[in-house]
Design a protein around this ligand. Structure first.
Ligand SMILES: [Zn+2]
Length: 101
């Protein structure tokens, strides 16, 4: 009980710290953007995007990611990370080798 209460307090502290950091970052967004602009990073990024990342390239990257991730993500077929056996049931353990999926 003591450990859980301490953990909760820690989480509350981190939420407060994270919220404060986000607010400070948002408040200084224009300053940060102006600083990046002064450094020339924004112009450099725009040049790189125009040179190397046109729309067709992004489309090809997205299609490749979908195709590569298809067995795990799109078709919802899970595989055992140990023996590559297809896990058909919704259990937590592989039927072939007993590893946790
Ligand atoms: Zn397995």
């Amino acid at each position: 009980m003591q450990g859980r209460w301490t953990m909760t307090l820690m989480m509350q502290k981190w939420v407060i710290i994270a919220t404060s950091a986000v607010i400070l970052l948002l408040a200084g967004a224009y300053t940060i953007v102006a600083w990046l602009d002064k450094l020339g990073l924004i112009h450099w990024a725009q040049a790189v995007r125009d040179e190397y990342l046109p729309g067709s390239t992004i489309t090809i990257i997205v299609v490749l990611l979908v195709l590569v991730g298809a067995p795990a993500g799109c078709l919802a077929i899970r595989r055992c990370p140990v023996c590559e056996h297809v896990v058909l049931r919704s259990g937590k353990y592989c039927a072939a080798c007993g590893s946790r999926v």
